[in-house]
Each structure stands twice: as C-alpha cells, then as structure tokens.
Design a protein around this ligand. Structure first.
Ligand code: AMP
Ligand code: MG
Length: 431
C-alpha cells in the first residue's frame, strides 16, 4: 500500500496493482504538465485545436440593432394607448446590407427584412404575417405587438471587449464560425501534442502480410492510430516490437526521444513474455501497474527517459496498455484520453453519464469499475433503454463495433436486476 496525500476525494491509500479508476485518473492528471508552446493557425485549420489564450471580441456582434423578422419597423411609442387596428404609412425600405437612412415621423414605418439594421428612431418590428399592407400603408392589431419585439440588439451575441472564447477550449464548428463572425482570420492554439505508439508481441503480423501459424493481425496499432486521430494529436507510429527486452527498451527510448507521451499495447501483465513494466522501471519510474477495472486490469503508468535512465535525455509519460483489443480501447478512453487532453492544454470536460434502464440482469462484483459494451435504443414508448452486447470478452473487438455506449458500473456496485437503472456513456455526439 502506498499513501497518496494530495488526492482529492477518492481514496488516500491505494494498491498500485489494483487502483480504483477514479484514483488512477486523478494520479495521472497530477503528472500532467500542459504544453506551453503555441502557434497561430488559419481558422480553416483550427478545428479540434486547443485555444491557447482567451479570444477578446474586437467588435460587437451584431454590429448594430437589426430586425429578427421580415416585417415593418416603427417607433414603439405608437403602441401606447393605441386603438386597434393601427395603421402606419410606409416611408421606405431596409434590406440586410442596405440600411434605411431617412427620417421616421409619427405614424410611419419602414418595410424591413431580416438582418437589416433598425432605422434610427425605430425599436419595434411587426412581422409581415400579422399585417395587412395596402399600397403605401400597413394595418395590424396593436395589442398583438409588444414594444421592442423582434429587434436583435447590438452586441447581444458577443459584446466588444469581453471574452468570446476561453483558453483551453477545444474548438468546434460553431467556434470556428464565431471567430469568423469577429472578423478574425487566424487564432492562437496550443502546439499539437506528440504521441508515439507501438504494439508488442511475437504473435503479431501486419495486415497485408501472410498470417503464420499461431499468429494474429496487429489490430491495436490501428485502433490506437484512429483514436489518436480523433484527438487531433501528432501520432507517431513506431510499428510492432517483438517480445524481447532489448528491442522493447530500444523502442521505448526512441519513443521518449520523439514524443511527449508514449503508448504501448501488450506485454504488461505478469506472463513470461511481458517485459513492458520491467523496461519502464529501467528507463524511468512506474507509478502504478494495475487497475481495479474491467476490462483493462493490467495497465502500467509512469515516466520514461530517452537517455536510458531517470533524468537523462527527453522525458515522456508512458501508458502501457493491455494487449486485449477491447481493454486497449477502454483504458485509452477512460485513462489516456483525459490525460492527453489535459496535456494538450484543454480544460477538462466530464463525459456525460446518462441514467438509463437496463433490459438484462448484469453480474457485477463490488471492488472494480466495469465498462460493459451496450446498445442504447428507444423503445416503443419513447424511453431510452440499454442492452449489454452478448459477449463481454476483452478480446472481442466486434462487440465494440456493435455497441454504441459503455454501461458504466461503479466501483462499489454489485449484481443488477433487469429493469435497474445504469449509467450510460454514449460513444457518439452530434458535434
Ligand atoms: P498481452 O497483454 O501481450 O498478454 O496480450 C493479451 C492478448 O491480446 C493476447 O491474446 C494477444 O495476442 C492480444 N494482443 C496483444 N497485442 C495485440 C495487438 N496489437 N492486436 C491484437 N491483439 C493483440
Ligand atoms: Mg503479448
């Protein structure tokens, strides 16, 4: 047992061979130092990049009061004590990009289109569908319009001088558009995190090569490459490494030299061909090497140095992920992903857990967090329900493809009956 003083909330004593997931997440984040370096990139290249500094709005958006509807703009004082119906004379037109610059006298109005600037002296728009135009005048029910209706105010979207977006934001499509609406052409973002990864195992063959007896194709390197691509890091593929301590040590050093974070798959359990932990202990230090988690029990976390021993050369954080393909994915999403985002400078965003009724009973032993693969669907009454995929084997990658969510079973949870409510973590979001 090791005592950890600074851990917030979760546990203060832990077993480094069977660490609760929340403790592992907290420990990993304590080791993370966000990247300092930043660069300017054009807006078109900024999607998924991490904002390096607050963006202060240089202008009001919208830049002027404007109409939210096609209709007629007028001075809302005309509504005070008005008897229905109200008739106003039309004195001009205002289109988006073509303001009306004339005067507005009492009982007059301007024909106005959506987005057109509000003429001086007008504060209210009556939508055209509520009016009866007749030549140069228009008539409508005064009681149906409130003063100030259908007017968008200058700066109502973004006010000049205020932070439009905060540092640490992972830029989404709306943010790119928002930056464009401020007239900006480029933006300061954190440099991309460099992540080197490789798989280990004598049994691995590259897709495209013949499959020798007793061998399997290396799928983890492809899964890892794809998951890293989604995080928009600079992913460095170092290939496959044999179950050989010398080859493994050399590749780990090479990885630490060229990257901020190193991910390996396989070779982290206690089998005779599992050399990852031993090599990491030589090149640096291992903080923990097992999680109270399923799938994903063997997972080594620590730091390695390219010079071959602690403090020498370039340091890199090291995640030795389990070789079983589903365990590789689950540990990536639950442990590695939050660390990579924090290191890339992103403000932490908890992944939503959605309480959902489960259709089947689930066997669950207290004392470990489980991430079962599930399929969430809406039933005939419109309620969301979740069903575990048949197999929960950590080797069955097909079930990850079949699933659309994780069913998250908390550390202390025990067996569940059909109909119980479970927490669901959806795979796909809309934006
Ligand atoms: P290990 O953690 O090295 O003991 O591997 C556990 C299981 O995962 C074994 O069945 C391995 O054959 C399998 N495995 C390890 N690495 C990979 C990989 N890169 N792609 C697919 N399966 C793997
Ligand atoms: Mg292996």
């Amino acid at each position: 047992m090791t005592t950890l003083n600074t851990l917030s909330g979760c546990v203060t004593r832990y077993d480094p061979q069977a660490l609760p997931v929340c403790a592992a997440q907290a420990i990993v984040l304590q080791w993370v130092t966000p990247l300092a370096a930043s660069e300017r990139v054009p807006l078109r290249d900024a999607l998924a990049r991490v904002l390096a500094a607050d963006v202060i709005s240089p202008i009001d958006v919208p830049a002027h009061d404007n109409s939210a509807m096609d209709g007629y703009a007028f001075d809302g004082t005309a509504l005070e004590g008005a008897t229905d119906p109200l008739t106003l004379n039309i004195v001009g037109k205002a289109f988006a990009g073509h303001p009306y610059t004339g005067e507005i006298a009492a009982r007059t109005c301007v024909r106005i289109m959506t987005g057109a600037p509000m003429p001086a002296g007008c504060d209210t728009v009556v939508p055209q569908e509520h009016t009866q135009p007749d030549g140069d005048s228009v008539t409508f029910a005064a009681h149906a319009v409130a003063r100030g209706a259908n007017r968008r105010r200058q700066g109502e979207d973004l006010a000049k001088g205020l932070a439009a977006l905060r540092a640490g934001r992972v830029l989404r499509a709306s943010d790119i558009g928002l930056l464009a609406s401020l007239g900006l052409v480029d933006v300061e973002v954190k440099q991309r995190l460099r992540v080197a990864y490789f798989s280990t195992g004598d049994e691995l063959r590259a897709p495209g090569d013949p499959l020798d007896a007793g061998c399997i194709y290396d799928s983890n390197r492809y899964t890892l490459g794809a998951m890293l691509k989604r995080l928009d890091v600079e992913a460095i593929d170092l290939g496959m490494v044999r179950d050989d301590p010398v080859a493994l040590g050399a590749t780990l050093r090479q990885a630490a030299e060229c990257a901020d974070v190193v991910l390996t798959s396989g070779g982290v359990s206690v089998g005779d061909a599992d050399f990852t932990r031993e090599q990491v202990e030589t090149l640096g230090d291992v903080t923990f090497w097992g999680l109270a988690m399923r799938p994903g029990r063997p997972l080594a976390f620590g730091r390695i140095w390219s010079g071959g021993r602690p403090g020498v050369g370039h340091p890199a954080l090291l995640f030795g992920l389990p070789g079983n393909p589903v365990a590789t994915m689950v540990t990536f999403y639950q442990i590695v992903r939050p660390a990579l985002l924090a290191m890339a400078g992103a403000t932490p965003q908890p992944v939503p857990l959605i309480p959902t009724r489960c259709d089947a009973p689930i066997r669950k032993r207290p004392g470990r967090t489980e991430f079962q693969r599930g399929i969430a669907t809406r039933d005939g009454t419109g309620q969301w329900r979740v069903t575990p995929t048949g197999s929960q084997s950590s080797g069955a990658l097909s079930t990850m493809s079949e699933a659309n969510c994780f069913i998250v079973l908390a550390h202390e949870a025990s067996d569940l009956d059909a109909g119980d409510v479970v927490d669901v973590m959806l795979f796909d979001g809309l934006v």
